[in-house]
Design a protein around this ligand. Structure first.
Ligand code: LLP
Length: 421
């Protein structure tokens, strides 16, 4: 459920009509609903109430500081994958002990940064990384809590670009080698082993692969404890999928995901950490765009928008589906027509949807891309020197720009022409 509904024939974000925001900030723009973000966080947090747990929002999904602040105010922890994300989380007041640091190639500089600023745990991805972290921690005279990310070699049955738990993926250490790797970690004075970490992929729409992975983690917990390790925290990652196509997709609910966790690992007495990103932010955001032109091609009609692949890259990058709806509610009974929905960027890959059946729209109309709150703004670029589009946050009947559109001068003045030119 989200808070984007038609009221009096016009799509609203909570209590704000979207044309009102378009008038104030121009198009295209992203708009997020505070109530939806809060609701989605609470779905996980409430479902795990009663077990010791921390819901660490995966900052990569949407890292705007206003979004982070909403979640931090509800007691969320943060899962970060770079020094930059760590800095964002700290900037909104999240203490280091509520931040976990994941990611496959942490640099020495990032390690020093989070050790100096405080960190709940670092999820280690390889032995060389473990040795590097030990050196950095020892040089700084500290001991850092760590988990090792294990790769359970399960098929997450999701898009190949966002599947992470197969042996062929670059993530984690093979679960069969865990015993050896944990023994090594325990012998390093700068590290303190506290748990196990697993994350098998993103946009999972079936609980079975999670169940398989969590069961393996449960087995490994017993084994590592028997080998003398104090395993007291399980970080089970993120990855729960959302309905992008609401008419025919019904992914499992957060409560079902959390029940599965309790069933598979609840008896171990470990603190549970989860790292949901998409489920919290995805359906809490829209991208609003204006129709620049309608163009009839040889055998199809093109709907040309003022947003493009640089603003929302998911369709080009993963062939992903986003619902595209007119901001003015179509009159009932109107026949939908097929359109190729495209942006103005100079490549054919700049296509949001092919032969999409849509109610007819006209030049100047506003359309909304649903499910754009996660991996939308964060993956945008200035390709074609198109300014990053603004982000707007709605709270009940108020809205605020939470990232402004840069001017052309701001963009081009970042370039530096060397003195010899
Ligand atoms: N934890 C780790 C270690 C991750 O790598 C990820 C996502 C998450 C948590 C959060 O997963 P979520 O709950 O959001 O599924 N750009 C892609 C998605 C990449 C996901 C990468 N890792 C997309 O637009 O679909």
């Amino acid at each position: 459920m989200d808070h984007f509904q038609y009221l009096d024939g016009v799509l609203h974000a909570e209590g704000v009509a979207l044309p009102e925001i378009a008038l104030a900030v121009g198009t295209p723009f992203y708009v997020y609903s505070t109530a939806t973000l809060e609701r989605h966080f609470r779905l996980f947090d409430d479902a795990l109430a009663g077990s010791e747990h921390l819901v660490c929002y995966a900052v990569k999904a949407n890292s705007n500081q206003a979004v982070l602040k909403i979640l931090a105010n509800l007691g969320a922890g943060m899962d970060v994958v770079s020094g930059g994300e760590y800095a964002r989380a700290r900037a909104v007041g999240v203490p280091g002990e509520r931040i976990v640091f994941s990611g496959v190639g942490k640099t020495r500089a990032e390690m020093s940064q989070v050790l100096a600023g405080g960190i709940r745990q670092i999820n280690l991805e390889s032995e060389p990384e473990m040795e590097l972290l030990n050196r950095v921690a020892s040089d700084m005279g500290v001991t850092v809590p760590v988990s090792v990310r294990v790769n359970p070699d399960v098929d997450a049955k999701t898009h190949e670009k966002i599947s992470t738990g197969k042996a062929e993926n670059k993530f984690g250490i093979p679960i069969g080698r865990a015993s050896e790797v944990y023994a090594k970690a325990a012998a390093l004075p700068g590290l303190q082993v506290v748990g196990i970490d697993v994350h098998i992929g993103s946009q999972l729409t079936d609980l079975a692969p999670f169940g398989e992975a969590f069961e393996m983690v449960a087995g490994l917990t017993g084994q590592l404890r028997a080998e003398g390790h104090d395993i007291r925290r399980l970080d089970l990652g993120g990855g729960l999928g959302i309905p992008y196509q609401r008419s025919n997709e019904v992914p499992p609910l957060p409560v079902e995901f959390c029940e599965l966790i309790k069933r598979k690992v609840g008896h171990l007495g470990c603190e549970i950490v989860i790292e949901p990103g998409r489920l919290i932010a995805g359906n809490a955001g829209l991208m609003i765009s204006r129709v620049t032109n309608l163009k009839s091609g040889e055998d199809r009609s093109f709907l040309i928008l003022d947003s493009a692949m640089n603003d929302l890259v998911r369709p080009s990058m993963y062939s992903s589906f986003h619902e595209i709806v007119p901001v003015v509610e179509p009159v009932p009974g109107v026949e939908p027509e097929p359109f190729d929905v495209v942006g103005p960027v100079c490549e054919s890959g700049d296509t949001f949807a092919k032969e999409r059946l849509m109610p007819p729209v006209e030049q100047g109309d506003l359309v909304a891309f649903r499910s754009a709150g996660a991996y939308g703004a964060v993956m945008s670029s200035e390709y074609n020197t198109r300014p990053l589009i603004p982000e707007v946050l709605v709270h009940e009947d108020q809205f605020a720009v939470i990232r402004a559109r840069p001017t052309f001068d701001e963009i081009i003045n970042r370039d530096i022409i060397p003195a010899w030119l």
